[in-house]
Write a protein that binds this ligand. Sequence first.
Ligand code: ADP
Length: 273
Amino acid sequence: MSECNNNCASCGENCDARTAPQSFLKEHHPDAVVRRVYGVVSGKGGVGKSMVTSQLAVLLHRHGYAVGILDADVTGPSIPQAFGIHEQAVGTEHALLPCMSEGGVQVMSINVLLSDETDPVIWRGPVIGGVVQQFWTDVIWDVDFLLVDMPPGTGDVALNVFQQIPLDGIIIVTSPQELVSMVVEKAVKMAERMEVPIVGLVENMSYVACPDCGKKIYLFGEGKTEEAAKRHDLPVLAQMPIDPALAKLVDEGRIENLQSDALEGVVDVLVSR
Ligand code: ADP
């Protein structure tokens, strides 16, 4: 055997000094109870990742589950707004308590820690990674389902979150105007590399329903997400229309008054896993 150069990537597989791949996964707070963790990812910002996360939380909560949202989208945090949460989180020296929405969804986000929620977050990746890690390690969650609104994209910041939080699966949100095929491919590769199962895809902004006759108008073309999903043997869990009523609910902080059941199929899948 050649002399050990401490580089396990280049040495023989039978080397005695070989070390196991290092895990960066962190434990949650010792007083926290978290039964299942799902990440919601997207190829870029603005496709409705937070919208999907919020709706899933509302629907799961209606099914009787304790639900939390860890808002890891630190530079574009929109979860507190959707749930009408504007107060600051309280904490002790050793832990933070999540904020509670009116309906009872637990939320932790950078926006409930900033003294002014309109302050921009202009930190670099490693600092953001540290904050998200603390949302996992320092918050006393008490949930059946923790949904992680992941940083957009498949770059460093998202990868950090994958490495730190033990995800039971991810849901990929796409919109048909994105380069769906490439986005899905990147997300699939990232999930495979991190050994996280993909629950399936949600296509947002799929169509507009005509207010008069209900006919679905596919503004950006039809079938792109299905095609990409088929290529990777993944299910399309739901298609969600562009609906001004949804945007209004978010803007008014009333997502818990949601009427749509477009994501019920996703909830069924999450609950039955
Ligand atoms: P992301 O988390 O991917 O950055 P958001 O969920 O914040 O995206 O959505 C971006 C904007 O689009 C928000 O104002 C949101 O309310 C709106 N939006 C998202 N999905 C829909 C939809 N299906 N219908 C109408 N508005 C939507």
